[in-house]
Unconditional design. Sequence first.
Length: 368
Amino acid sequence: MPLSLPRNAQLWLPALITSQIHQAFRPVRHDGPTDVFFGIADHYEPSHRTTDDAIERARVAAWVTNYPRLAERFSDADGRPPQHTFFFPEEDYRPHLLDALGDLCRRGLGSVEVHLHHDNDTAAALGERLGIFTEALFHRHGLLRRGLDGRISFGFVHGNWALDNARPDGRWCGVNNEINILRDAGCYADFTLPAAPDPSQTRTVNSIYYAVDDPARPRSHDYGTAVRVGATAPANGLLMIQGPLMLDMRRRIWNIFPGLENGAIDASDAHHPTLDRFVSWVNARIGVAGRPEWIFVKIYTHGATENNAAILLGPTMEAFHTAIGRAFNDGRRYRLHYVNAYEMATLVKAAEAGLEGSPRELMQKQLL
């Protein structure tokens, strides 16, 4: 059988190779410890492949019961437990499930943000859906928050990764001006990426940047303006916070090509959370240009289903937190900070503004 590149590699491989060469030959040096901000973006879908209310309730109950037991065993450099961001699907809105998650988050263990799956949609219908859902989260459940402009503010993950109609076949979106619609609806940042090996993957990798919409075409977030200390954000830009995308030399395709590390945690053996994987995520050095002592590690999961929840709430995750705490929270070389999505975006804006102070103090400022 003839050899070929890994699936959709023409989209992401050139930028990925350039990124890894840059990291290898231009090491970053700075005085003092490196602050690592670690957050989990959970594409949280209790209704995945079911319409049974009892199953949905049981999936949420597993988190409400078991996540506090896990989190209370660990703390970061600020004395805070692990944080989990539940990106809840708009199309699966169930008030009782959001009430339960809201109670969990009010215990200081995470936050709820917006997830959405759609197909063949229109701009008007999308804007209406986002408005209704965010109003319900804010007023009915006490979730989200108001931004600096007074609007309800939310973080976003696009279902099927097809942000801004990114798929070549046009499925799972349909809206070419989705970035503008998200901004107008109050979105403070998008956390969808990476998507590889899915064809929705952008040509920009391992970056924090602003995407500016071209309403006449899809995939406006393929490229953008990097967030930089002292720079001014584009007036019409949407903040994009990507997770790590790396070549994985430990796993090879056809024993030739390196595998792909895309920051996913799930029940498959290759996607279990481990210290080795965390090291690779840190080595992606995703951050704000001009602030080399800050590294942002945003990984993702689909944590509601039983098999994935068993990994995220059980001994595998316990061993992971123990290992990263020992390796990345010594206070001399590294300081580990558990953050939710909103706190991560706030720290990005703090770095961009050149603000000084402890990360804990800065993440409590309203900058979004």
